[in-house]
Design a protein around this ligand. Structure first.
Ligand SMILES: [Fe+2]
Length: 159
């Protein structure tokens, strides 16, 4: 082994900034999942079927995603946060009134995805600096999904 090779996981396990950052992603993902679920339940209008189905696909992805992020925290010897009030407080995502017009759900979810994308980008870069490639890889995977979903939601709003 070269002397310049960094011991990735050992260094990352001591980096509380990464654990804190991952817990921010847990909170963001949970909050966005709850908002997407609310949109799935209450959306109405001419696009009901398409939006109801799309929102379901999204909250299912978020449910699987939050589990992966929380378990990555455990892999790094950290502890995941949980509980609705703790998650809501940390996420700091704007909740929306419901019911509201169908396009307003999409517009509100776009803003929430942008918050998640900003936080994921920060943790991706922190993990890169710490040579924690496993966390970086997971952040990239989550970013790809959020950015794709963000694009789809924005495309829906163009008329
Ligand atoms: Fe449902």
């Amino acid at each position: 082994m070269s002397t310049t090779t960094k011991p990735t996981s050992t260094a990352a396990k001591k980096d509380t900034r990464i654990i804190d950052g991952l817990n921010q992603i847990v909170a963001d993902t949970y909050a966005l999942m709850a908002l997407t679920h609310l949109a799935h339940w209450n959306v109405e209008g001419s696009d009901f079927f398409a939006l109801h189905k799309a929102f379901q696909e999204q909250y299912e992805n978020l449910f699987e995603g939050v589990d992966e992020v929380a378990e990555q925290i455990r892999s790094l010897d950290g502890y995941a946060i949980g509980g609705l009030s703790t998650l809501a407080q940390k996420a700091g995502m704007n909740e929306f009134k419901s019911p509201m017009p169908q396009k307003d759900y999409v517009a509100a979810l776009i803003v929430a995805h942008e918050k998640a994308i900003d936080d994921l980008t920060q943790v991706r870069d922190l993990a890169g600096e710490a040579n924690d490639l496993q966390t970086q890889d997971l952040m990239i995977k989550r970013l790809q999904w959020h950015e794709k979903t963000h694009w789809m939601l924005k495309s829906y709003l163009k008329s």
